[in-house]
Design a protein around this ligand. Sequence first.
Ligand code: NDP
Length: 391
Amino acid sequence: MTKRITILGSTGSIGQSTLDIVRKSDRSRFDVVALTANKNAKLLAEQAIEFNVKYVALADNRNANTLKEMLNGFDVEIGIGPEALIEAASYKTEFCMAAIIGAAGLEPTLAAVNQGINIGLANKECIVTAGDLFTKCVIEKGSKLLPVDSEHNAIFQVLDTEKPNGVRRLILTASGGPFLNTSLDNLSMVTKNSALKHPVWNMGAKISIDSATLMNKGLELIEASYLFSRPSKEIDIIIHPQSIVHSMVEYIDGSILAQLGSPDMRTPISYSMAWPNRIDAHVERLDLTTMNDLTFFKPDLEKFPALNLARYALETGGAAPCVINAANEVAVDAFLQDKIRYLDIVRIIDRVLNQYSSRNDLKAKMLTIEEIISKDNEVRTMTNEHINKII
Ligand code: NDP
């Protein structure tokens, strides 16, 4: 049966890989119904024409005319502005790929969850920002979250959810990013270009910087806790520079189950799209006989303080994950605009967290979308104030 799909963030790295899987699949397998982007009207229009979609949404209205001109004469409805993304996510489909970057993806992804459909969850920031609300909605609406982050996808594949008492811990692997072997002293001098060059994965700019600070692994720690209902103490992070073992589950009898694969996001993306079946993801196959150097070691928490910050936020709960996520998004953006240096990113998040907790009850649960958006905005303003102090 043909599966109708929507892709939120179709012009991004995950969005384009998702379309690549559709392109290489049997024509009858997937029907792409709706696509969304922020600014990239040209690529969005090209995708709409290639996949003959019914609806496209562009969040930023500045390129609306380009989109309208390129789609003139085609049978496709066009929506402009953030509400149009929610409309796209509300289109009747069987699967939605949530691949917008950042908390901007929260409301559209929740609109897809409200349909009670299967969600390919790449947009980790939305579950970090609104974990309590998000998981509550998923349960109430009968939606199924299919993790796309390679680590969570690996755990999803090897976790025995029917016998949770047999699980001792989840083990998230981390490549360590581009600065794994850079000394703490030299981290003060690293450049934007070196931070953007991930040694293994080819990804969008924001997640590449998150991988360089290891905040990406911190966000993944929080994501894993919400997705698999496990407390912080049952989730470990270990460095595995080759990114072949994507993550593991340790059971109480001493067994450790792992999922392995080439470091190519099309494997977890295709898994989420085809679940509970499997399809050819057209990725390079692993030749285990050439894998002589799979290494694993503990992360250096002094060099990568983002890990402790994220763990603190997870253990504190309430607004804390939302605070570190919003502060991180603003600080990473400032770094990408050359306003601050690499080491400033985590320093600023730490200061914002302290300032926020001196004014608010950090542990208070946030269960309405209005409250979450208001707190997210408050933290963004606070973070910009900290950035302005150092530029
Ligand atoms: P990209 O930056 O490559 O793409 C982001 C997508 O979101 C684009 O379509 C972009 O549109 C759109 N977008 C950006 N800002 C907004 C906004 N304010 N409102 C609406 N849409 C917006 O990101 P990635 O594909 O790298 O990452 C997407 C998500 O997947 C992230 O949460 C990331 O953590 C996660 N992820 C990514 C992996 C990867 O390999 N890339 C691996 C694992 C997880 P436009 O192109 O017009 O700017």
